[in-house]
Design a protein around this ligand. Sequence first.
Ligand SMILES: *Cc1c(COP(=O)(O)O)cnc(C)c1O
Length: 502
Amino acid sequence: MNYKSTRGSCVCVPAARAVAQGICEDGGLFVPERFPALSREEFETMGRESYARRADRILSLFLTDFTREEIGECTAKAYAPELFQGGFPAPLVYPQGAPASFLELWHGPTCAFKDMALRLLPHLMTKSLEKIHAENGALILVATSGDTGKAALEGFRDVKGTRVLVFYPQDGVSPMQHRQMCTQEGANVSVCAVRGNFDDAQTGVKRMFADAELKRELAKSGWMFSSANSINWGRLVPQIVYYFSAYCDLVSAGRARFGEKINITVPTGNFGNILAAYYAMKMGLPVKRLICASNANNVLTEFLTTGVYDRNRRFYTTLSPSMDILVSSNLERLLYDLTGGDGERVAAWMLQLSRTGRYEVEADVKEKLHGVFYASCCGDAETRAEIRRMYEEYGYLCDPHTAVAAHAFRSFADETGEGTIPSVVVSTASPYKFAPGVLHALTGEKAERESEFEAVERLSRLTGVPVPAPIESLRKKPVRFCGSCGAEEMGRAVLAFAGTKD
Ligand SMILES: *Cc1c(COP(=O)(O)O)cnc(C)c1O
């Protein structure tokens, strides 16, 4: 199976090249040339298997230049039960009385769903670099709205032949997310705050990937760029796995008949997670609706409803920072698919987006969007009310991102009456990553000048929900990184960090 660019240039590369490189030379994203179907027999067998085995089945359909043994080695390390609290990486939980089940993807080492892909990506990356006989090491640049940064740092820490530099928006991440990143251990990592928002950081990183001179400069000291953001195909394919896994578990629990269609609600930022659900559907997962949940940065709600993508709007810093995004990179992959692989059309929209901040898709694409997606958004006050409702009505403590999704699912159910079939809401982070906001939601009091750990302690005393060990252990770790730069200085930060490859 080969991979090509969403912007229509004629490159065609094997998976190893797509993973090692991260993004295509023409600025487009790598997509598989076709979508394999999972056979009914394989699908049914998956239900009796470990998470790592389930991942093997999906990955081997896409990474055809990897042997089954190589894939097995990668997944065994990535999804070892001891890395996940409770032992299973993607448990489906059924809060008593709730209208949907919750797919909890945050039991890994950094307490957010990014671990699901970023435990695996370093292993895929190392093997990919070997396969393409890369002479240079991989210098991985990450733009993060909070959770990808930590998961990438932890996943790649001390991985031979790689270095990771993370850029995060200076005032755009939660105090706990900040602490997780600035206390990161490992000899090959660094972290830098950008004076700007997430879109500034993401645009800066994409610009560097396209900067021929910078790349030449780095090659001299032994480095090539790669990406750990969801623009990298190696991030998306592991995310397809948990949708099949959840379906198997739903059937095993007697909550859906095999073959019955389900709804899936995803709290969305860069459109990676929900795109993986869409890809799962293309591979045969029985899906009725994909519900795209956004916070006050509701550019996707508008796009999926009207077909107009317009980033010329106010940027809000919200309670759910990992979704504070106005330019959702992976939407480009969806557009490519919905136009039947028309790279020229996609390239024209992306050019309009970079020039004017806006584009509009035509009726054919709009119709396809409406056939699959439903979109809804809510502000911080509604997010808090949802956190409280979930806790009081179902005894379920959730983080603000998950609450945005729960709210969207309720709007969907109320408006369409289609919420009665089996439905899954994706739960993307531990509430303890956002303890001050969650506490405020539950008690109605906003504490001033309380440290993030005081909030964690109060929240656990109030609810009795245990604090994840990785959060508890941050308390004693020293701060290693506190640098910052302007968006236009990111290139210089990269050169300084790269130094010479040892
Ligand atoms: C990254 C993230 C999201 C958004 O996921 P996308 O793949 O960017 O759409 C939602 N919730 C949390 C907690 C996240 O870390």
